[in-house]
Design a protein around this ligand. Structure first.
Ligand SMILES: Nc1ncnc2c1ncn2[C@@H]1O[C@H](COP(=O)(O)OP(=O)(O)OP(=O)(O)O)[C@@H](O)[C@H]1O
Ligand SMILES: O=P(O)(O)OC[C@H]1O[C@H](OP(=O)(O)OP(=O)(O)O)[C@H](O)[C@@H]1O
Ligand SMILES: [Mg+2]
Length: 280
């Protein structure tokens, strides 16, 4: 049975479960459950702290896990990123009170508060800098105001928490994080290929829509140049002489622009539908 670690709490927990549900796996119904067996798919899910997930996967006690890229780096565990799951996006950044520390080359010798000491120490080592790392559990934005640090290094999503604490970011992000599927280097667990295909199916279904439209046959080349699809668009004859129907997958993010351009070209009956799931 494939054994998979997923977050039991926190920002990544609910979207990780939702993604697995969308991929056809059974998930816990009670948020306090710590194990869920999916007999039909021969998979067992273990609900664990996202920070601990790399440890279980790195030792080989669990086959695969879903965690954040920043948490994997912070753990220092030799587990590897297999798939970027495209949710839980955030940056990991330096921040300090405005006007105090203005660039990342000024952090040497300072006190840095963080809940991710592994990420910070890796940056310091890579950049041959020395600084005091003050390890905190959370609410790190308060650390400067309370006097235990000169700057912080923390997860930034909207930036609202930083603004509230009177802090501004400095320099480039130390890393860009999102939820990832991790595994043990050199190990492919039995049954993992099916999970990868299903997750890829969900990722594609989330980022593409199906576009259908009617267009005059003499405009077909121009129209399909706008909607080349992934393999190739499907073109079918219409009962109306000189017209064809076209179907193609289009990136969700660009579908409104593509629809505008198709309409201007002369296409009509332009319809967008969601893709529930797919195997390409
Ligand atoms: N707004 C956010 N706040 C915190 N973590 C976020 C956010 N957006 C994405 N993440 C990602 O979620 C992971 C951290 O999850 P974790 O459960 O450890 O903390 P949390 O969601 O802040 O929950 P808690 O603080 O209650 O423990 C990291 O990979 C982080 O990059
Ligand atoms: O940029 P934002 O959208 O404001 O989000 C980022 C903030 O959210 C998280 O805090 P959380 O509420 O999880 O508290 P914590 O510090 O105790 O983990 C994170 O640690 C940052 O503080
Ligand atoms: Mg938090």
């Amino acid at each position: 049975m494939l054994r998979i670690a997923i977050p039991n709490k926190g920002t990544l927990s609910q979207p990780a479960s939702q993604m697995l549900r969308d991929a056809g796996y059974r998930q816990r119904t009670d948020p306090k459950d710590l194990i869920c067996r999916d007999e039909a798919n021969n998979v067992e899910f273990f609900y664990l702290r996202p920070r601990d997930i790399a440890t279980y996967v790195g030792t080989g006690d669990l086959d695969l896990g879903i965690t954040g890229r920043d948490l994997l780096v912070d753990s220092g565990v030799a587990a590897e990123e297999l798939v970027d799951l495209a949710f839980g996006g955030a940056t990991f950044r330096w921040a300090a009170p405005a006007g105090t520390i203005v660039s990342a080359d000024q952090i040497g010798g300072r006190r840095i508060a963080t809940a991710y000491p592994g990420v910070v120490e890796r940056y310091l080592a890579d950049n041959e800098l020395k600084a005091d790392v003050v390890r905190l559990d959370g609410a790190v934005e308060n650390a400067v105001r309370l006097g235990v640090a000169d700057l912080i290094a923390d997860v930034v999503e909207t930036g609202a928490t930083l603004r509230q604490a009177g802090l501004v970011t400095l320099g480039e992000p130390l890393l860009r994080s999102s939820a990832i599927l991790i595994g043990r280097p050199g190990h492919t667990a039995a049954g993992a290929a099916q999970l990868f295909r299903r997750l890829q199916g969900v990722l594609v279904a989330r980022s593409y829509v199906m576009l259908a439209y009617d267009v005059r046959a003499d405009l077909l080349e121009n129209a399909t140049a706008l909607t080349p699809g992934i393999e190739s668009p499907t073109v079918s004859p219409l009962h109306r002489e000189g017209w064809v129907a076209v179907q193609a997958m289009v990136q969700r993010a660009s579908v409104h622009r593509v629809m505008d351009e198709l309409y201007e070209l002369g296409a009509r009956a332009i319809l967008v539908t969601d893709i529930a799931n797919c195997r390409l």
